[in-house]
Ligand binder design. Structure first.
Ligand SMILES: [Fe+2]
Length: 574
């Protein structure tokens, strides 16, 4: 069965994914093709076309189209809860009751129109609407490969109305235990703090997480923002997660916190520095998020974790690697799978996997994220010939070995290989690599290409042979979804990839899933003695990760990078 998952224009991080007979064969985010980060309110047209072409499937061979946004009936408590909690804006509150699915209907109509335009046919293919959090839950559980009873948690800003899902999976079926509804949202709380700290909501959350270790979480008490206790949670909508007239307004924009919030904590932060008191607010917000999430997870699925030791996690908040580190520290938790595309990009995968299992087609474990387009060396040569800079290239016999030489010599390398990654992390196919042991490397990469805030951490990719010694954990850590405490005897060896708090958001590389990257790091180990490379995504600040060789060339010539390797081609600047 060919099952296509598509997000719709109502979501951000729009994407498409394709399952063929239960196997995820292709997935990509629309932003990579459009070259517009997050591709908000855009249909995943290019992503769908790519998925079909990759699988060699005609549009009329798609059997099922699933999308992660479904009508919520009036019999659900969701719309009533929304109305009650937003009564301070009566118009919005009432509309949740009498016209509460308008966004879903608009999205459905838009998806149907797109399917007709692409020749898939909205009346020919079977359309399946999957509730947003069920899609997140499925993207974690059904792709985890876990067979025993498994706790499932999904936490994000919000889907239709739900903001958090707690449940479990057993024999391939997802069971719901508890959901929470808008405005009681941990993702939205963190997003509002992200805005307050001067970043974009649904974009800069990871920057808040990166800033937090520089602050002291005890310095300011933010606990009045969220009350949680005994399985309940209530966000203070006098201060945060506000709509309408309660929203703070300045500089022609509206914020997700109130005027009262700004009176309490002071003006909205701007600039690139880590400054007081904001750095302490970041630390306190991070701590509050962790404490609230851990308390709810323990309350609703703690017994399942204690029974079988398995937990699957998705939703935007599952990208919080520090929260995941605390989850993994639970002694009872034996296996944690965080869907690598935990944000909304992953809901195309989740809607499709949910549909597949509901039609009786089991879904295979997600072994890697190399699910996007790839380009042969000949295609890279063609891209060079067409590029206005007329790059000269050298054909390499052993690209990983040459890359390792350059990196060992202290130069960053843009490393473009194989199929593009799905999800927010570059995991060795669209990466900029540097020497993790070379003091100043992080700054050099910042100066040459990233131009990002100097306090933001860079991350390591390391071989499975040293993972246990370095990370002090047996977790497979393939996807950079968890932070680990770096062992004391490694910290001085790889200073460029250890964060302020002694942790690293690590990717463990195995020969089975990425042999060329594995070989590169092995060669680097021969030169430096460390089977570790600094890995950052191949993009400039504010841009999506590169997709094509032309994107990589544009980035290369728009930066001070000196070396680019496109498949087997080395392109160097003098
Ligand atoms: Fe979501």
């Amino acid at each position: 069965m060919n099952i296509l998952g598509v997000t719709g224009p109502a979501l951000h991080d729009n994407s498409a994914a394709l399952f063929v007979d239960g196997k995820l064969v292709a997935a990509a985010e629309e932003e990579r093709f459009l070259r517009i980060k997050h591709a908000k309110r855009r249909q995943p047209v290019n992503a769908i076309r790519f998925c079909l072409a990759q699988a060699g499937i005609r549009p009329d061979e798609v059997d099922v189209v699933a999308y992660p946004y479904a009508p919520i009936p009036l019999t659900s408590p969701a719309r009533w809860y929304y109305a009650r909690r937003h009564w301070y804006e009566p118009g919005r509150a009432l509309r949740a009751i009498y016209d509460g699915n308008r966004k879903v209907h608009r999205n459905t109509a838009s998806v149907a129109q797109l399917l007709d335009e692409l020749g898939i046919g909205s009346r020919r293919a079977r359309l399946v609407a999957v509730e947003h959090h069920l899609a997140h839950a499925s993207s974690a559980y059904h792709l985890s490969g876990f067979e025993e009873k498994t706790a499932i948690v999904s936490i994000d800003g919000k889907g239709e109305y739900a903001t958090m899902f707690f449940g479990y999976g057993e024999n391939g079926t997802i069971h719901r235990i508890k959901e929470f509804y808008d405005p009681d949202s941990l993702g939205w709380f963190y997003g509002a703090l992200t805005e307050y700290l001067g970043f974009e909501i649904q974009d800069g959350e990871y920057k808040v997480m990166g800033m937090a270790p520089y602050g002291d979480p005890r310095k300011y008490d933010l606990s009045r923002l969220i009350q949680f206790d005994g399985g309940g949670i209530r966000v203070n909508t006098r201060l945060i997660n506000v709509i309408g007239r309660r929203q703070y307004r300045a500089n022609g924009r509206k914020y997700d916190f109130s005027r009262e919030f700004v009176r309490w904590l002071g003006p909205v932060r701007n600039g690139d520095d880590i400054d007081e008191p904001y750095v302490h607010y970041a630390a306190a917000a991070q701590r509050l998020l962790e404490d609230a999430a851990l308390s709810l997870i323990d309350h609703y699925v703690g017994d399942i974790i204690r029974e079988t030791g398995k937990l699957c996690f998705a939703g935007g908040v599952a990208l919080n690697v520090k929260l995941n580190q605390r989850l993994l520290a639970w002694p009872q938790l034996k296996q944690l799978f965080v869907q690598p595309a935990a944000g909304d990009a992953g809901t195309s995968v989740g809607a499709a996997s949910y549909a597949a299992t509901s039609f009786g087609e089991p879904v295979q474990k997600m072994e890697h994220v190399y699910l996007g387009p790839s380009f042969s060396t000949d295609e890279c040569i063609a891209a060079c010939r067409e590029h206005p800079q007329k790059p000269a290239w050298v054909r390499l016999d052993d690209a990983p070995a040459r890359a390792a030489e350059i990196i060992a010599d202290g130069q960053p390398v843009a490393w473009f290989q194989g199929r593009m990654e799905f999800g927010p992390r570059a995991l060795g196919n669209r990466s900029i690599l540097g020497n993790a042991s070379h003091p100043g490397m992080a700054e050099r990469i910042n100066a040459q290409i990233k131009y990002r805030e100097r306090w933001r951490p860079f991350c390591p990719s390391l071989l499975d042979t040293v993972a246990r010694d370095l990370l002090q954990s047996d977790h497979p850590a393939q996807f950079m979804t968890i932070a680990f405490d770096v062992a004391a005897h490694w910290k001085a060896r790889i200073p460029e990839v250890v964060h302020k708090d002694g942790t690293a958001r690590a990717q463990v590389v195995s020969d089975a899933t990425n042999p060329r990257y594995y070989r590169l790091i092995s060669e680097l180990e021969r030169h430096t003695g460390n089977a570790v490379v600094l890995n950052t995504s191949m993009n400039r600040r504010g841009e999506p990760i590169v997709c094509t060789p032309t994107d990589a060339l544009n980035l290369f010539y728009g930066s001070d990078l000196r070396y680019l390797i496109l498949e087997d081609l080395l392109i160097a600047k003098d």
